[in-house]
Design a protein. Structure first.
Length: 620
């Protein structure tokens, strides 16, 4: 098996086994660097692009392909404020307004330096907090100044070196004051009236007056103001409505940013690390390093799934972080697990399958991709066989391991040559339509079964030479098990041998079919809702994965449950057994306690029911 050298973008799935040190984390992607310190970063509303700014230039990056789209000289000198309109059409860098689509400057909104800015939710107006201590509101379409509101009461504290933040709704603006012997202040104004909202006293914690200067400010969408002082380096959280302190988070850094939903706060540290905290529990989610010097800019993507950081002098890099990926990586390190990179974190892993002859694991996901992993070198990047956009519902290897079958939501199944990684055929199922939810080869290698919507099990010849028609042309099947019935779908099919077939229905019931007689010989009804089934290679035991994290082994001869155990606090969506019957793989939707939506694959010793560790290292 060959391993591609390209870098996938920060989308991950976990394999519980052992920690693998593979160099730079795939949960981070270094997009590139600027010639000078990165002063600001901002995502487009759809999250597919990122704009970064330095004193000398501005760059636009593709966050999906991880490459540079455009670079140009900075549109205005000494401007750190950069915002994109919610409709994604306008970019404001300081007082200069740009058309993003045409990549051209369209207006200059004044000449006074801008300290902070925010677009209205309908993208029609833009508020600029200027160095002249005013709130200037502009009509974006007409390029006309609507109003100028002076800030009163403590406005003399705003000056060029001070930090300024504006709330997401644009109604409040805060400025951090310089440190004095008496302490420093955070002054908050109402941007609509210009009147003083509150003055927050920040005590000196460093013993030297300038040490208690406020060096970073940020508002959350949930009404929390966060600030960091030079003296402490801690993140102080303050409730805007109640006007009282909430909590103090340790190990804060020079810059801070809230996720769009206000549930997570990120901080860039002076030593080049980025940290994330859970706002509800105040727990540190992770700290990871990707910069060689201070982190000077930080921002979340609109959907909260990504984080972008900019480095200071001697680094100047722009780094893209997959938040679920880095959190799961840290959890993996705590739980002694390996990390597999590839599938989208917000889509279920629908199926996993071991190769009977190679150290390969195949996975199919609702993100539309089929991937091959090395179980010998789990930290190596996967081979991507397809990424068509149609959800992949099932994958299965042929008996000799030379062919991989995958079933798709578009009523087709594909056959892949494992060695060449090429698709041999794409066969359409019964003409009545519906997803092909499961594919399975018989142990003798002669048959292929597909289970799909509307109570249809179709039996096909496994000989790939019979599938000469490519790209969806209807091919005759050998047999159909089950009557056409809307509202009852076949989720999984699994052969015991060439005569017995197990079928899992979407009502959670499992039925055992006699293929020759086209009759149901057993219905298995368990208390736990079943999501996946597979027979052991000897055809004697049916393995079932449940919705509450349990695995049940059912003996075909006695037709009784032989073993049942809870493997993890997750919904087991797919199960696979190695060719020698000793190892079980379970693909889960996510841990019940997790909110990331990430998926996990775990390996188990069938005899002892213990989790298995894989070897460390990369192939030479």
């Amino acid at each position: 098996m060959e391993y591609p050298s390209r870098l996938n973008l920060a989308i991950v799935v976990l394999l519980t086994a052992t920690v693998v040190s593979a160099g730079e984390s795939h949960a981070q992607v270094i997009l590139g660097e600027h010639p000078d310190e990165v002063s600001s970063v901002v995502f487009s509303p759809d999250g597919t692009s990122l704009i970064s700014l330095s004193i000398q230039d501005v760059k636009i990056w593709d966050t999906v392909a991880s490459n540079l789209i455009l670079e140009a000289a900075a549109p205005s000198p000494n401007q750190n404020s950069i915002v994109i309109s919610p409709d994604g059409k306008m970019l404001a860098v300081g007082f200069v307004l740009w058309d993003i689509e045409n990549r051209e400057r369209i207006a200059v909104l004044g000449r006074t330096a801008v300290l902070a800015a925010v677009f209205s939710s309908d993208s029609k107006t833009l508020k600029l907090i200027t160095l002249s201590k005013t709130v200037a509101t502009w009509d974006v379409e007409k390029r006309e100044l609507i109003s100028t509101v002076p800030l009163t009461g403590g406005a003399d504290r705003i000056s060029q070196p001070e930090v300024v933040a504006i709330s997401p709704d644009g109604k409040l603006v805060a400025s951090g004051g310089r440190g004095t012997r008496e302490g420093s202040e955070v002054t908050i104004w109402n941007t609509e009236t210009g009147t003083l909202f509150h003055t927050l006293q920040v005590p000196d914690q460093g013993g030297i007056s300038f040490h208690n200067s406020v060096e970073s400010l940020a508002f959350s969408s949930e009404g929390v103001l966060a600030y960091i002082t030079v003296s402490s380096g801690y993140i102080n959280l303050w409730d805007v409505e109640k006007k009282e302190d909430i909590a103090t988070l340790e190990a804060g850094g020079p810059v801070i940013a809230f996720s769009p939903d206000g549930k997570t706060i990120g901080s860039g540290l002076g030593r080049g690390s980025v940290s994330l905290w859970d706002m509800e529990t105040k727990e540190l989610l992770f700290t990871d390093k990707s910069h060689e010097s201070d982190v000077t800019a930080l921002t979340f993507s609109p959907d909260g799934s990504k984080l972008a950081s900019g480095g200071g002098r001697f680094d100047n890099r722009v780094v893209l972080w997959d938040i679920a990926g880095v959190i799961q990586k840290k959890e993996a390190q705590k739980e002694n697990v390996a990390i597999l990179l590839g599938h989208a974190t917000n889509r279920d892993i629908s199926s996993v399958a071991f190769s009977p002859v190679e150290n390969l694991l195949a996975s199919g996901s609702r993100d539309g991709s089929v991937r091959l992993w090395s179980t010998e070198y789990p930290s190596a990047e996967p081979i991507v066989l397809t990424n068509t956009g149609f959800e992949i519902m099932s994958v299965a290897f042929s008996v000799d391991g030379k062919v991989l079958a995958s079933g798709s939501e578009d009523n087709t199944f594909s056959l892949w040559d494992v060695e060449s990684k090429e698709r041999i055929a794409n066969v359409r199922g019964d003409g009545r339509g519906g997803e092909i939810n499961s594919v399975s080869f018989s142990p003798d290698g002669k048959l292929l079964a597909t289970g799909r919507d509307h109570n249809r099990i179709e039996i096909w010849r496994a000989d790939i030479r019979t599938y000469s028609q490519i790209e969806g042309v209807t091919t005759p099947n050998l047999a159909v098990l089950g009557e056409y019935e809307r509202g009852l779908d076949i989720d999984v099919v699994a052969f015991a041998d060439g005569k017995i077939l197990g079928a899992l229905y979407d009502d959670g019931n499992v039925k055992v079919w006699d293929i020759e007689n086209k009759a149901v010989v057993e219905t298995i009804d368990l208390p736990e809702y079943i999501y996946s089934i597979v027979f052991t290679p000897d055809g004697k035991t049916l393995v079932m994965g449940g919705g509450s994290g349990g695995v049940t082994l059912w003996d075909l001869e006695s037709r009784q449950v032989s073993v049942s155990w809870e493997v993890a606090r997750m919904s087991i969506r797919s199960v696979a057994v190695s060719s020698d019957g000793s190892t079980l793989a379970t693909g889960g939707r996510r841990d019940f306690a997790s909110t990331s939506g990430s998926c996990t694959i775990k390996l188990w010793d069938v005899a002892t029911r213990d989790s298995i560790a894989l070897p460390e290292g990369l192939p030479e």
